[in-house]
Design a protein. Structure first.
Length: 65
């Protein structure tokens, strides 16, 4: 059996994993910092699912001085 790590998580799970509040996540989405289709997807029932791989890419994209 092949175990595949989870690629997408709910906003609540991302909050638990990263410490970002749900409001902070919503703000990043609302302000276009995290774009639909890249950072997150909407499931057929309208729930948001955050791409952990893209989250890590975003986190590491900080410009170093």
């Amino acid at each position: 059996m092949v175990v595949r790590p989870v690629r997408y998580v709910t906003k609540k799970k991302l909050s638990e994993l990263t410490g970002y509040t749900l409001a902070a996540i919503d703000t990043k989405i609302r302000d276009g910092i995290w774009r639909e289709g890249i950072m997150y997807l909407k499931s057929p029932d309208g729930r948001l699912h955050i791409n952990l791989e893209e989250y890590e890419n975003w986190l590491q994209s900080v410009k170093k001085a």
